[in-house]
Design a protein around this ligand. Structure first.
Ligand SMILES: [Zn+2]
Length: 138
């Protein structure tokens, strides 16, 4: 499957380079792009940096993992691509998390006590940023 089959089903698609894009993830309420997409050797790779499984992302737009790897006999092998995404794209996908942390920090500095919900959201931000670091290291 070429990336266009997936891209046509996504919102907020932005091309970030040759054969690479970011888009809003269809598997969670994504206001800003968290999904990185890459076309590589006739395959399409997708990763949600908010933590959705790729199978969930595809299911949300009516596709499955076998659609991404049509040329392989037996379909998806589960083999991982080493560093499939550019660090710059990963950074774009988690940039909002840094903004969120900075807003929380400003509020704390002003003496505002963060509600429980915000504190939980900060932990999510930390885990997404950690996930982004790990994706760069893979
Ligand atoms: Zn997602």
């Amino acid at each position: 499957m070429s990336a266009s089959t997936l891209l046509n089903r996504l919102d907020g698609v932005k091309q970030t380079g040759k054969d690479r894009w970011i888009a809003r993830c269809p598997a969670h309420r994504d206001k800003r792009p968290s999904l990185a997409i890459r076309e590589l050797d006739g395959r399409t790779l997708a990763h949600c940096f908010a933590g959705c499984e790729t199978s969930s992302v595809l299911a949300a737009v009516g596709l499955d993992l076998n659609d991404l790897f049509p040329e392989r006999q037996g379909g998806y092998s589960g083999q991982k691509e080493r560093k499939p995404f550019y660090a710059s794209d990963i950074l774009r996908c988690v940039a909002f998390e840094a903004l969120l942390v900075s807003i929380a920090a400003l509020n704390v500095a002003r003496g505002v006590e963060l509600p429980e919900e915000d504190r939980k959201r900060l932990l999510i931000a930390a885990s997404r940023l950690q996930g982004a670091v790990e994706a760069c290291d893979e």
